[in-house]
Design a protein around this ligand. Structure first.
Ligand SMILES: *Cc1c(COP(=O)(O)O)cnc(C)c1O
Length: 357
């Protein structure tokens, strides 16, 4: 598939871009271009292009607006010292988007086209990739039902797009442990549901819990397993790990309700490389709490593309603070190694990097 490149008639000047990159924030500024590929039941994927960024004309009956038939991905482009730009394990994102698409009855996109869409967009907007520590160009591929039809069935017209947004440190500044609210009123996913798919509806359903968390002075929500009492699953958009004092790394197993993070699988690999024993299994809040009290659990962290690895400080369960750890050595070491690989300062021994331009 050939991407047609339609340059922005009035792209931001070098100075405007520099002003934005001086304090990029997260998800508020967008580059000059967007990559697009259209799909219809009749013609399949076609009309691949990079075009000026701007509002989308959508029929008010477009089914995504009513039935939320959509999936998305999140990844980053990193500027290396030699000026080249890389992304991290894009084949994994391509495969996961297709897995999400299958669950949401959307068409699969060829993995090569997915990767090419990133290459073309980042090539058009390479001036937008920030180079400061912890900074990157956040890439957001997404696919949604555009067909104007209110009947309930999978759409016959779909659009795939990629937008890009320069990103600073997700939780802002230094590596500060976050406070996490344990959601008792809401669940994120249930067996057979859409928890394994990266789809907007999961996030929509988590927002009220997130609001509760903020009201309680927490930054994020920990969701529990709806079937097994007190078993932990994940945060709204990050996977969770615990570190023990005898060299084990614990994380909830993938049961079909947890989103399989690419950061999660990379952390597992890097931990094994370091000789840690990785246990993917059911973990309860009680185990976390007693483990922290007895000194067996020494560190807790959450991970995902946006924030990379963030130490978990306190877990707030109603009136109780049930576990409290600081930023540990293992958390810090794995974080540094992962960031080093992504930014080109640590050897990429697993072949995770993909050059975009
Ligand atoms: C995207 C996401 C993650 C993290 O996945 P990464 O590939 O590591 O960015 C974790 N949980 C949920 C619910 C997510 O949507």
């Amino acid at each position: 598939m050939q991407f047609e490149i339609v340059d922005h008639p009035r792209p931001r000047s070098a100075e405007e871009i520099q002003n934005i990159l001086a304090d990029p924030g997260f998800g508020t500024n967008f580059t000059d271009h967007t990559a697009v590929v259209d799909w219809t039941e009749q013609d399949g994927w076609h009309n691949a292009r990079v075009e000026p960024y701007g509002p989308i004309a959508l029929d008010p009956a477009a089914s995504v607006l009513h039935y939320a038939q959509e999936v998305f991905e999140g990844m980053k482009a990193y500027l290396h010292n030699d000026g080249s730009i890389y992304t991290f394990r894009p084949e994994a994102n391509a495969a996961r988007m297709n897995k999400s698409a299958r669950r949401m009855a959307l068409p699969e996109l060829d993995e090569q086209v997915f990767i090419e869409s990133l290459e073309k967009l980042v090539t058009a907007d390479k001036a937008w990739v920030p180079g400061g520590e912890g900074e990157a160009l956040y890439l957001r591929p997404f696919m949604f039902a555009t067909e104007a039809f209110l009947g309930v069935r999978s759409a016959k017209e779909v659009s795939y797009r990629v937008i890009a947004s320069p990103a600073g440190n997700y939780f802002g500044g230094e590596l500060k442990p976050v406070r996490i609210w344990v959601s008792r009123d809401y669940v994120r996913a249930a067996p057979g549901g859409t928890g394994v798919a990266k789809t907007g509806g999961n996030y929509a359903g988590s927002l009220v819990a997130q609001q509760q968390a903020v009201d309680k002075g927490c930054q994020q929500v920990l969701f529990l397993d709806p079937l097994h009492e007190n078993a932990i699953e994940e945060l709204g958009g990050m996977n969770v790990f615990l570190v023990t004092n005898d060299g084990r790394l614990l994380t909830p197993e993938l049961t079909g309700t947890i989103l399989e993070g690419i950061t999660r699988s990379s952390v597992i690999q890097l931990a094994k490389d370091r000789g840690l024993v990785v246990e993917e299994r059911r973990i309860t809040l009680d185990e976390w709490d007693t483990g922290v009290r007895s000194g067996e659990i020494t560190e807790a962290f959450a991970c995902g593309t946006a924030a990379v690895i963030t130490p978990i400080g306190e877990l707030v369960d109603g009136e109780h603070i049930i576990a409290s750890t600081g930023t540990g050595e293992v958390t810090q070491a794995i974080r540094e190694e992962l960031l080093g690989i992504q930014t080109g300062t640590v050897e990429d021994r697993h072949g995770w990097l993909h050059r975009l331009t």
